[in-house]
Design a binder for this molecule. Structure first.
Ligand code: FES
Length: 143
């Protein structure tokens, strides 16, 4: 994939842009956030957290292929991992997993990581308001 704006995509980024994973709202979730970036695109993430694990994560974006690739990879990095680990996912982690993004599209990974973190913070606020103890993960992470 190549656009005038964004240049060439890595094979992994191209694949995620063409067939984004975990696209669309979750039916059952307990964390949600929507952020509009400086580019004017809006990303939204949903998380389902249980016993300290992000059991599921999904996203939508109003942006172009690079934001699809970034959102898709970000959900893949989040699913099945400990909440603390997921809240530590940053732009550079998303970019590394994608095999990079063209310079003009790197901010898509920042918006994705920030929106995922905000969804996790929304979960924490929800849990606190209900007096839910934040328990340690009940199963091991894959990495
Ligand atoms: Fe807007 Fe990437 S161009 S999120």
């Amino acid at each position: 994939m190549e656009t005038e704006e964004h240049g060439a995509f890595s094979p992994t980024a191209q694949e995620h842009a063409a067939a984004p994973r975990n696209y669309g709202p979750l039916e059952d979730y307990n964390g949600n956030a929507r952020i509009t970036g400086p580019c004017g695109d809006t990303m939204e993430f949903w998380v389902a957290v249980w016993n300290g694990l992000v059991e599921d994560a999904s996203f939508t974006t109003t942006g172009c292929g690079s934001s699809l690739a970034a959102g898709s990879m970000t959900t893949c990095l989040a699913r099945g991992r400990a909440l603390d680990t997921v809240m530590g996912i940053e732009q550079e982690h998303v970019l590394a997993a994608l095999g990079g993004l063209p310079e003009a599209a790197r901010h898509c990974a920042l918006l994705a990581a920030n929106t995922l973190r905000a969804a996790c913070e929304d979960y924490l606020a929800w849990a606190k308001s209900r007096g839910i103890a934040l328990e340690p993960p009940t199963k091991k992470e894959n990495d």
